[in-house]
Structures are given as C-alpha cells and as structure tokens.
Design a protein around this ligand. Sequence first.
Ligand SMILES: *Cc1c(COP(=O)(O)O)cnc(C)c1O
Length: 355
Amino acid sequence: MSHMFVPGPVDVAAEVLAAQAKPMIPHRSKDFEAMFQRTGEKLKTVFATQYRVFQASSSGSGLQEAGIRNFVNDTVLCCVNGAFAERWYKVAQSNGKNADALNVEWGEAVTQELLADALKKKHYEAVTIVHNETSTGVENPVKDLCKVVQEVSPDTLILVDAVSSLAGVNIEMDAWGIDFLLTSSQKCFSLPPGLAFGGASDRAMQKAETVPFRGWYFDLLLMEKHRLKDSTPMTPAMSLIYALDVQLDRMLAEGLPARFARHAAMSARVQEWCHNHGMEPLAAEPYRSKTVVTVNNSQNWVVGDLNKFLQQRDMRIANGYGKLKDLTIRIATMGETQLADIEKLLQGMEDFTRQ
Ligand SMILES: *Cc1c(COP(=O)(O)O)cnc(C)c1O
C-alpha cells in the first residue's frame, strides 16, 4: 500500500528495498559490469533512445548541472514557468553561463509562440525545458516545443528535465529530438533517492567535445569512456544499482503503456475529486500534469492539520512549493501507487472535511 502521496521520495516496493541489502562486490568486476550493462540497456527502453543513458550517483539536480557544463559554452535559453525551471536557470548562471530566462507565468505552460519568438531574437547553443513542473502541476508540451526549436534554430540543443514524469508519462527522446533528457530515481521510478539518469544524443556528445571546463565529476565524455566498458569513473552507488536492476524489471513487466495509463487514470481521479470539492488545478487543460495534481487551496486547508489527520492512517500529501507554499496543495500520483491507494487517500480527505 502506498502512503507517500508527495512528489518524491515516493514509496518503494519491499522487493526493491530488499535488493539493496545484497553484499557488496568490487565495482571493477565482471559481475558489476554485467549488471551495469543490463541497467543501462533497460534504461534505454524507458528513455525511448538508441543512444546512451548515463547512471550518475547524485540526485537529479546534479544532471541539471551536467547538462549546462557539458553542452553550453556560453549562451543558453532557460524556459522558466515554475520553481524547478528557475533552479535550472540559476544553475546556468552560477556556472558562469550567459543565461537568458524565458519567463512565463507560474501555472501556465511554455507555448510554441513564446519559444519561437525568443529563438528568433537571439541564437542560443541550448534551451532548457522542464517537462513536468512539479511546483505548479503543469506539463509543458515538450514534443511541440522540440518542433519549434528544430524549425527556428535547428543547431540549438534541447535539454529536458523530466525528473517528475519520466517512466510515468510517455516521453520519446529520439522521436521528439531531445538531446539531453534527465531524471531522478525517487519519483516515477519508485526507487530510493540517490541516482540520476541522463540520456544524451550523439549530437550532444559531439558538442561536449568543444566545451572546455566541463568539470570532472559530471564530465559526460569521461563518463562515456567508462560507460563503453560498462563502468564508471568513480565508485558507483552499488546498493542503489541493485535496486534499479530489480525495479526496471518490474516496470517493464507492467509495460510502459500500462504504466502511463495508470498514472493518467490516478491523476484524472484526483482532479475529479478536487473539482467536486471546489478545488481547481492551477494548470489549464491540456497542460495538467499526470503525476502531480496541484490545486488551488481555495478551502484554505491547513495542510499540516490535514496531514496530521491522514498520518493516523499512515498517509500524507504535500503542501505547495516555493512561493505557492500555502496557496496550493499537491497530491502526487506517481510511482507504484495504484488507483485503490488513491481511493483510500480520497476517503481520508473526505473524512477530514467532515470531522
Ligand atoms: C524533484 C525535481 C527536481 C530536483 O530533483 P532532485 O533529484 O531532488 O535533485 C528537479 N526538477 C523537477 C521537475 C523535480 O520535480
């Protein structure tokens, strides 16, 4: 049963937690290399890419930084319509890049028109887009935005953060033309926090060769050299990779289309319940996230009180994020959570309103 209806970390299956307890093996060994090769191949299926997926021992933000350091010499356009998109913009600035923000109202999506205008005004080496903005519950139309970049500025690399949506929502890295696609372990992958995955296109890797001062820990060219030998430059988070190996099998056994449909159904059910209780999502259709429902807190609920009530039943939801902290309520519908778990949560919320 799920109890963490918060947008990460989410519940981890007992079998996956248990996989972490396996004894250590040397990372320079055939056994480790075989496992690392396996997880790398399965990740390629989840990312819908023929290229490569890096497995980094960090949280997702580490790969936001890697994207900037490896693929941008100077200019980058950051689409900013929420807290995590804003973080990526700050990451670019703090790495000394010439970053421009394309600011869009929080709660709204980045549109093709806005992006086309910005790309016509100035040439950028890369553009950053957050697929699923976890603060506002907005899903940006990444497939359409990729088309705009390809039309207006075809040599601009497309960097996408799908931390709170990849493996819960269909994202096709190669078919859409995404150059760098990153995610974390603790959201739709239903793993403990501590791993980040990043798919990179060949074109992006070629660009990295022209970028000096990529740093060391997140130098994707160095990581690629080792990846080709099923290895990592540094000591990998061994226990988490044991868990990843098992969880990827579970995900592929469910089937990705079934997994995506389950996420969409859970999100629709939560939205329906909220609507019936006078709370509307911040995002308009068709930009509503399928993995986190962010609704206006129009009933002025004190989320702390609601959570105290829910915790008697071993469940919790999330308050708003950043500047939306008290203005919104967030209910995550991600990972291994099932519709039956959602019904239990909604019953708990119903009982809270009636006490
Ligand atoms: C959670 C989140 C992040 C940060 O990921 P960490 O794994 O905590 O570093 C970045 N982007 C989005 C969209 C997120 O939801």
